[in-house]
Design a protein around this ligand. Structure first.
Ligand code: G6P
Length: 473
């Protein structure tokens, strides 16, 4: 088997099947674009799941990256992915917005599948190589991999929030998960607060000492090593959004979208995976009340809500979809006219070109997450607004709020406050829009995704150099 000096391990491979099922195409996700330049330079390998149960594929080369598929059976998908990852960890780490379910059989599957990913990474990583593990589905992989391959330098990045200790402590396997993560040399988080929550859990549960971002981890034989737990806020490939936003055909498409909605004076936009963490219900409630109160009118303003299908076999998601679709139906029924709609609801996913056209058409972007690791949509919207127009309404509970203080920051639980912010956004004078948008755009263009991966990998390279010189001695 090919050996690679740089290996990414993620739940999903960076490709999915083409619609005819014959070939593979690059999947559109943020992580894939984020790591593409690094992978190219390093001639790296990527270990992950192809996204369908029981698909057994040999490793293959795709666009300069060596892909190592990990097979998940239908039972693995149910217990490890839908169960432990998305019905235990996901709700627990998002502040129990939905109640987490703790099931021992799910945990057993999580351990077993994490071991499969660790084994695959161990067999493809070259001697002394670097392995970068991604996200909450694989929290045990760092420790498992270190046991298999002590020669490797291991990084882990946590894309979602890490909860406050009082919530984290619910997890029956709280010690094992912390130990799993501490197998990494560098453990990256979205926000400073996430890294702080993690360090506190480590002190309380494992009694390890922490110093600034360093955690002293006992490493057998009375020796200790230092692991780094720190914030590295993720970003987007901002330039690619700028380029799309400047294309005449995409600007034309934005005009068509506006016409298609009956040329309202203002378009409001929400773009989310259909997930209970995104605060879609709160947003709909606020919009419905504004129409009810007569502070907004469908002839004047329309809300476009893109809710892309997600985790459709997990109960909480099935329920959420029903609630949202009932709410949308009621609001539209009460307020639509034959020519104008209150909410144009789209339970679909779109290519990036269409998303940028929507961003350009949107006068107000609503990001009302109740809890979100980062929220890249907020960054994509401002990157696309090369005209320095548009207003971002942003939840303070999204990681993005730490960097985007020039947005209209809101608490989505405060419906009256949210309604006032929406009205303020609709009425904001162009000069104020421009001032805020310029500041937001500057930050996103300066701190793009390449800057993110460079920052993380530089921190990791310190450990790599140390272990290479130890190996040479
Ligand atoms: C979040 C997670 C990712 C995950 C994505 C899509 O952004 O941090 O790890 O891949 O959601 O969810 P899915 O369950 O479809 O992979």
């Amino acid at each position: 088997m090919t050996q690679a000096d740089f290996v990414v391990v993620a739940n999903r491979l960076p490709v999915d099947h083409t619609p005819d099922g014959e070939g593979w195409r690059r999947s559109p996700g943020g992580l894939v674009t984020a790591l593409e330049p690094v992978m190219r330079r390093a001639e790296g390998a990527w270990v992950g799941w192809a996204g369908q149960a029981d698909v057994d594929v040999e490793p293959f080369e795709f666009d300069g990256t060596y892909l190592v598929p990990v097979t998940l059976s239908a039972a693995d998908v149910q217990l490890y992915y839908e169960g432990f990852s998305n019905d235990t960890i996901w709700p627990l780490y998002h502040d129990v917005i939905a109640a987490p379910t703790y099931k021992r059989a799910w945990w057993d599957a999580y351990v077993k599948v994490n071991k499969r990913f660790a084994d695959a990474a161990a067999s493809v990583a070259a001697e002394g190589g670097i392995v970068w593990v991604q996200d909450y589905q694989l929290q045990l992989v760092p420790k498992m991999l270190r046991e298999l391959r002590p020669d490797l330098t291991i990084g882990y990045f946590h894309h979602i929030p890490f909860p406050a200790y009082g919530l984290y402590a619910q997890l029956p396997w709280r010690k094992q998960v912390l130990e799993g993560l501490l197998g990494a040399d560098v453990i990256g988080f979205q926000r400073v607060a996430d890294a702080g929550n993690f360090a506190r859990a480590v002190r309380r549960q494992l009694r390890y000492e922490t110093k600034a971002s360093g955690i002293l981890v006992p490493d057998g034989d009375g020796a200790t090593r230092v692991a780094l737990a720190k914030a590295f806020p993720i970003s987007i490939d901002a330039e690619s959004y700028v380029e799309l936003a400047q294309k005449p055909e995409i600007q034309q498409r934005a005009k068509e979208i506006r016409e298609g909605l009956g040329n309202p004076r203002k378009i409001l936009l929400g773009v989310d995976r259909l997930d209970y963490t995104k605060g879609i219900r709160h947003r709909l409630k606020a919009w419905g009340e504004l129409l009810e109160d007569g502070r907004a009118h469908v002839e004047d303003a329309t809300l476009v809500q893109v809710a892309s299908p997600s985790r459709e076999r997990v109960d909480a998601y099935v329920q959420l979809r029903d609630e949202i679709e009932m709410t949308v139906g009621r609001i539209n029924g009460d307020h639509d006219t034959t020519t104008h709609t209150a909410i144009r609801y789209l339970h679909q996913s779109y290519p990036r070109e269409e998303m940028v056209a929507l961003f350009l058409a949107a006068d107000v972007m609503l990001v009302t997450a109740l809890r979100d690791g980062m929220n890249l949509v907020a960054k994509e919207y401002v990157a696309s607004r090369t005209d320095n127009r548009g207003v971002l309404v942003l939840s303070e509970f999204a990681g993005a709020a730490d960097e985007m203080g020039s947005a209209l920051l809101i608490n989505p639980h405060d419906i009256d406050g949210l309604k006032d912010a929406i009205v303020r956004a609709i009425d904001m004078p162009a000069a104020e829009q421009g001032r805020r948008m310029r500041t937001l755009r500057k930050r996103v263009r300066e701190h793009d995704v390449e800057d993110w991966s460079r920052g993380f990998l530089e921190a990791l390279s310190v450990f790599h150099e140390r272990s290479s010189s130890a190996a040479a001695a």
